[in-house]
Design a protein around this ligand. Sequence first.
Ligand code: MG
Ligand code: MG
Length: 248
Amino acid sequence: MICLKSPEEIEKLRLANQIVVSVMKTMKGLIKPGVTTAELDRIAEEIILKEGAKPAFKGYRGFQHALCVSVNEEVVHGIPGKRKLQEGDIVSIDCGVLREGFYGDHAWTFSVGTVSEKAEKILKAGEQSLHLGIEKMRVGNRLFDVSAAVQEYVEAEGYSVVRDFVGHGIGKELHEEPQLPNFGTKGSGLRLKAGLVLAIEPMVNEGNFEVEVLRDGWTVVTKDRSLSVHFEHSVAVTESGPDILSQW
Ligand code: MG
Ligand code: MG
């Protein structure tokens, strides 16, 4: 069942997402060679709790952290721990919060110090693919217009989009209907209506789209161990166009 949101509910979703934004801004400042991924997680949780919200990922199917922190060939769902970030790494931070019954969900991939040219290039492509997808989130368009915009751009840049993980509706649940793949056929899928709120989250691999889950049961990596980036915004479809609730 797809649950359209009222303007009041969209404002509540914005408030939840803005807590995630404040976490991300802090993370951006902290991401430097030598910082551990556990330290980032600890500080993120502190911020969320201070705002009177709850870390949405903590306790989700047994996950024990506020953040997913995924480095280099890790695609999503990396577990914070003792690993120290190193100069030249790229690190994806994914954060969700629950505030007064509504969820926020937003992710970004950052560079650690100076990164290689190939890392710079895939970071730019991942971010651009997110914006091209968001641009299609307009009343009257179809769901897979969004997916196709992401896929076409990513593949034209010589990268691939992950198939096994997708974006999703978001609201009073972290993951609601519909699923939003980052691949699909233009002109198909449900028609977008005002009040639909989606977390759109392209995962872009440097090599093949295939991924696998490590033995920790969470960390998703590229099968060929090529780099991967992840960019996510929670976005409302409105009569006046896409409204990015996790806008900085
Ligand atoms: Mg997320
Ligand atoms: Mg998400």
